[in-house]
Design a protein around this ligand. Structure first.
Ligand code: NAD
Length: 461
């Protein structure tokens, strides 16, 4: 387990105890109270990890339904069972919307959403809203860590000024200067989870931390070192913010590359999946990315644009991000064109066709709809006059989201012959693809889910 000790820490511990020393000891002895703000896909599992490690955890969320469900010992995230919440409760875990409890916390971790607004620009309202709520209850010696993905500079340029201006005790963030004892500590540490990935345990994902000064970095590393097997300190919050964006932009650009090569391969009659599999046998210098119906999830379609927006302040255009965005955004339109041409081979049109969309989650085996390409594809098909149904084991109903209002009920996965086309958008593991192909009139497969199945009914796109 990594413990990041700085020189100042080591010399101080032999003399009078500073607020940083005290907090460090409290964390190491599991006496520090941990507050997690935003109990969603990131915050709730984090709260449970700290509880498992015997910390006293308080979760904060403005969504009263979530607070109520947790208080009743229930869960609203598929992969977290109620028994885990109840075990955490025995360890002292509570959920609340009451920000006055912030003053009782020693370390506060913020995991609120960072979407794009209607103009495709960063929407920091959840971060600023949270910061305004924390500030009046801030106490000297507390550690505040932001985890939400955002552009470099957010922690120091957006969060810290609000905390400093609106706290009631004249507290300042600890910087690289002599401390007066009237400081709080600030760091950024990105969440790097890969939802649905069961091959890497969350505690095995190294945790990058960047504090505003050495003590803040060391405290954040100690805090995360209690639940992660390795921490990776970097020199500043901005470096930690940029690290997360580099990771996601790397994925976004490589997915765009492979999506573009798929379009070319389709035209050339080459199977891109076979090519990727062959290229993956190279033992160095190649990392496989896979094409699909378009980007989904809270991260890859969104985060790169946080950086391209910030880059403009520096008179800089991030061309890779923009090009990748253009290619990836076009993929649902490619799927629509593929359905249209597949129906055409059967002398049918999209207009009036009955289409069953299989899978609406943004990727397989998860219960997350955010930015899912399925939603765009359903809307495009409906716009062209198709009668669209959907099936997804994780979503009995699709109502209203930030950008859609579908109000659709999950169809039964039977009598597939009634549909003119079955369109595979999300390749959930539970589906029996052989059976699906057998029953359907026509299958359009955007994920290569039908690999190994030979049938003239399948169109891979
Ligand atoms: N989901 C992932 O796999 C993932 C992975 C890496 C990074 N991230 C990043 O982590 C952050 C959180 O993502 P998420 O998926 O957990 O989001 P989420 O929408 O699942 O959860 C966010 C929670 O914050 C709550 N909230 C909003 N404003 C609040 C406020 N002022 N006070 C208290 N609670 C508030 C919401 O009610 C919600 O419960 C985002 O920046 C995201 O980009 C997410």
């Amino acid at each position: 387990m990594a413990v990041f000790a700085t020189e100042s820490f080591m010399t101080k511990s032999s003399s009078a105890q500073t607020p940083a020393d005290l907090l460090k000891t409290k964390i190491q002895q599991r006496e520090a109270r941990v507050g997690i703000i935003g109990l969603g896909y990131v915050g709730l599992p984090l709260a449970l990890l700290y509880s498992e490690e015997k910390f006293h955890v308080t979760g904060f969320d403005i969504d009263a339904r979530k607070v109520e469900t947790l208080t009743q010992g229930g869960s609203y995230i598929c992969r977290i069972v109620s028994a885990e919440i109840q075990a955490a409760q025995k360890q002292g875990f509570t959920a609340t919307s009451d920000y006055s409890q912030i003053s009782a916390m020693d370390a506060i971790i913020i995991c609120v959403p960072t979407p794009l607004d209607e103009y495709h620009e960063p929407d920091l309202s959840f971060i600023t809203g949270t910061t305004h709520s924390i500030a009046p209850h801030l106490r000297g010696g507390q550690l505040i860590v932001l985890e939400s993905t955002t552009y470099p500079g957010t922690t120091e340029e957006v969060m810290v000024p609000i905390l400093e201006k609106e706290n009631k005790n004249g507290l300042k963030a600890a910087r690289n200067a002599a401390l007066t004892g009237k400081e709080f500590f600030v760091a950024f540490s990105p969440e790097r989870e890969d939802p649905g990935n069961t091959t890497v345990a969350r505690r095995d994902i190294p945790k990058v931390v960047g504090g505003m000064n050495a003590q803040a970095s060391a405290l954040a590393a100690t805090l995360y070192g209690s639940i992660f097997n390795r921490t990776v300190p970097v020199s500043s919050p901005a470096a930690a913010e940029m690290t997360k964006l580099l990771e996601n932009i790397y994925r976004c650009v490589n997915i765009a590359l492979v999506n573009e090569l798929k379009l070319l391969s389709l035209r050339m009659g080459i199977d891109i999946w076979e090519v990727i599999e062959a290229a993956s046998t190279k033992p160095f210098g190649f990392h496989a990315f896979y094409p699909g119906p378009g980007l989904g999830g809270h991260c890859i379609p969104v985060d790169p644009f946080y950086l391209s927006w910030k880059a403009k302040e520096w008179d800089f255009r991030t061309r890779f991000i923009e090009l990748a965005g253009e290619i990836n955004t076009n993929m649902p339109y490619h799927v629509l064109a593929s359905v249209s041409s597949a129906l055409n081979t059967q002398k049918k049109s999209v207009n009036g066709a009955r289409v069953l969309v299989l899978g609406v989650a943004y990727k397989k085996d998860i219960d997350d709809l955010r930015e899912s390409p399925s939603l765009t594809i359903i809307e495009l098909l409906q716009k062209d006059g198709a009668q669209v149904s959907y099936h997804d084991p994780y979503f009995p109903f699709i109502g209203k989201g930030r950008k859609y209002n579908l109000q659709m009920k999950c169809a039964d996965l039977k009598n597939l012959g009634q549909y003119d086309c079955v369109l595979i958008v999300t390749d959930h593991s539970d589906y029996d693809y052989r059976q699906i192909v057998q029953e359907a009139q026509l299958v359009v497969d955007t994920r290569n889910a039908t690999r190994g199945i030979e049938s003239s009914k399948i169109v891979r796109c």
